[in-house]
Design a protein around this ligand. Structure first.
Ligand code: C2E
Ligand code: MG
Ligand code: MG
Length: 530
């Protein structure tokens, strides 16, 4: 039972594994796929952000060059007009003006401030090609606002840092722009952490984080770069888009494998497999039905009948014996019946040398010496005489006449009487009785049922009986259920009867008790004629 439970558990576990492994593999693959897509999307976004950086910077440079082209004197009307045009033309330029010696001079927004002493500190950065940059220059017009200011040859332009990072992005992913030479932040989206962004920049975006992905991009024209970040999407989060496809594949693969596992389990647990298990675990029992001498109502012997109870239900031997025959299980089944019969009836048989037990065998048992050898070996040293173990074979097992004849003779030669079981129900009846040497004929219950009735088939039993007499065979009537049948059979010279009229099949212990009432003391018993 434990082995069977282990088998079921193993198969179920296999089934679960077969279902779960593809699902989890799909989850893993889907997760990897989501991560790959995440990174790709973010890297594309970083490229867009750096394009904006280039565009804004390009506008600042172009604006400065436009200011430089105006030949008029600093802060002259034409000079201020040109500055106004520049502000108008370049979207990202907020103000454009003139400075000298660390002071603002004028701009369209400031007006002429030459007398106001508005200082301009030294720039934060000077490029090789002569541009000056103030990263966070406080506007003279506001206490709060700080601009990026770019200057060259006495002209400057102011740019709102927000211009660098206000890309239209429904996901609102944070952006930071870094001046590469100084490593300083030029602009950053509202809410993003400057230290975090600079750290990501320093590590080229390869920052370990469970929540965020980072990507960087470099400008191809200026020493500028961008860092962008976006929340990592989990597989569950992206379920509708990506996981659906992967999980569907996983579930189908899992279901297919689970189904295969289920098939395997059910094959393992099929009826023949269960029977095999029951035989090998010796879960099959034997009961004994008395065979009674009609002349004096004394029990002469018993027939061993196999019994199998599966999950509390008795399975008919008619069913499982046939299954055993069809699945090469009949030999181990016969062996088990023999083993249990000797174990349970051995004492009774040795104590009553005239008492016998008949064992049902199948065709396979009669087509080699295997069972005969086992039988001989099993009796060796037990004190049980060969004549006490009799062999019942149905007509079916005689069908392969050539293969069987010699072995039947061998059983008889070894001292085991041969009974033909269920006589009259098989294919051949009379013809083989002459070719096989047998000892006893058991008239099938279906004929015994008819003997005291006036039916068409009631003529068969008298025929069988007279034929058996002619051939010198003893007769056992099977399935005797009434006293009338007994009287009839006795009158016709039938020697033995077996049936519920006398007793149903019973355990060895019950048989011993039953025999106490239905069998004369040993000394008074005569050996049954053979
Ligand atoms: P069988 O060898 O002809 O056994 C006689 C069957 O008739 C038994 O059924 C027995 O219980 C039943 N029976 C006996 N007296 C009466 C009665 O008065 N009324 C009724 N209605 N039935 C009666 P069982 O035990 O169900 O066995 C059925 C068949 O299964 C056996 O028929 C035999 O062919 C086969 N079988 C049983 N045990 C073994 C075995 O150990 N080995 C093999 N190969 N076949 C077996
Ligand atoms: Mg039988
Ligand atoms: Mg029978």
């Amino acid at each position: 039972m434990i082995q069977r439970i282990t088998l079921i558990a193993a198969s179920v576990a296999l089934g679960c594994l077969a279902t779960l492994v593809p699902v989890f593999t799909s989850l893993y693959v889907a997760n990897k796929d989501v991560q790959r897509r995440d990174r790709l999307e973010l890297s594309e976004f970083a490229d867009k952000a750096v394009m904006r950086t280039d565009l804004v910077t390009y506008q600042a440079i172009a604006a400065l060059s436009d200011l430089d082209r105006e030949p008029g004197a600093p802060c002259s009307p034409s000079n201020l007009e040109q500055a106004a045009r520049v502000i108008y033309n370049y979207r990202y330029v907020q103000d454009a003006g003139t400075y000298a010696d660390g002071h603002y001079l004028c701009s369209p927004l400031l007006g002429d401030v030459r007398n106001q002493d508005l200082t301009l500190p030294p720039p934060d950065y000077r490029s090789n090609d002569g541009y000056l940059v103030w990263f966070e220059q406080k506007s003279p017009l506001s206490d709060v606002r700080k601009d990026i200011q770019m200057g060259r040859d006495g002209h400057y332009v102011s740019i709102d840092p927000g211009s660098y990072v206000d890309l239209i992005d429904p996901a609102r992913r944070p952006i930071a722009v870094v001046q590469i030479t100084t490593g300083r932040l030029l602009a950053i989206s509202a809410g993003a952490d400057p230290d975090d962004m600079l750290n990501a920049w320093k590590h080229s975006g390869n920052v370990k984080s469970d929540e965020w992905n980072y990507a960087v991009a470099h400008s191809s024209t200026r020493p500028l770069g961008v860092v962008v970040m976006s929340p990592r999407s989990s597989v569950a989060g992206d379920w509708p888009k990506l996981l659906a496809a992967w999980l569907t594949i996983g579930v189908f693969a899992g279901a297919a494998l689970g189904w295969l596992a289920y098939k395997r389990v059910s094959r393992q647990l099929s009826f023949p497999a269960t029977l095999h298990w029951a035989i090998s675990r010796r879960k099959i029992d034997v009961v004994f039905q008395p065979i009674v001498r009609l002349a004096d109502n004394q029990c002469a012997g018993a027939e061993a009948l196999v019994r199998w109870t599966l999950n509390g239900r008795a399975i008919s031997p008619e069913v499982f014996v046939r299954v055993a025959e069809d699945n090469h299980l009949i030999q181990p089944l016969t062996d088990l019946v023999l083993e249990k019969t000797i174990a349970q009836l051995g004492k009774l048989l040795t104590a009553n040398p005239s008492f016998y037990v008949s064992i049902n065998v199948s065709g396979e048992d009669l087509q080699s010496f295997r069972f005969l050898n086992l039988l001989t070996a099993s009796l060796n040293g037990t004190g049980i005489a060969p004549a006490q173990i009799r062999i019942e074979a149905t007509e079916r097992s005689f069908m392969n006449a050539e293969a069987t004849r010699g072995f039947i003779a061998a059983f008889r030669a070894a001292g085991h009487p041969i009974y033909i079981d269920d006589f009259g129900t098989g294919y051949s009846s009379l013809s083989y009785l002459q070719t096989f040497e047998v000892d006893v004929l058991k008239i099938d219950k279906s004929f015994v049922d008819t003997i005291v009735q006036d039916t068409a088939s009631s003529v068969v039993a008298p025929h069988i009986i007279s034929m058996a007499h002619e051939l010198g065979l003893q007769i056992v009537a099977e399935g005797v259920e009434s006293g009338a049948q007994v009287t009839w059979l006795r009158d016709k010279g039938v020697q033995y009867g077996q049936g519920w009229y006398y007793a149903k099949a019973m355990s060895a212990g019950d048989l011993a008790k039953w025999l106490g009432k239905h069998r004369m003391p040993r000394e008074a018993n005569s050996m049954p004629a053979m």
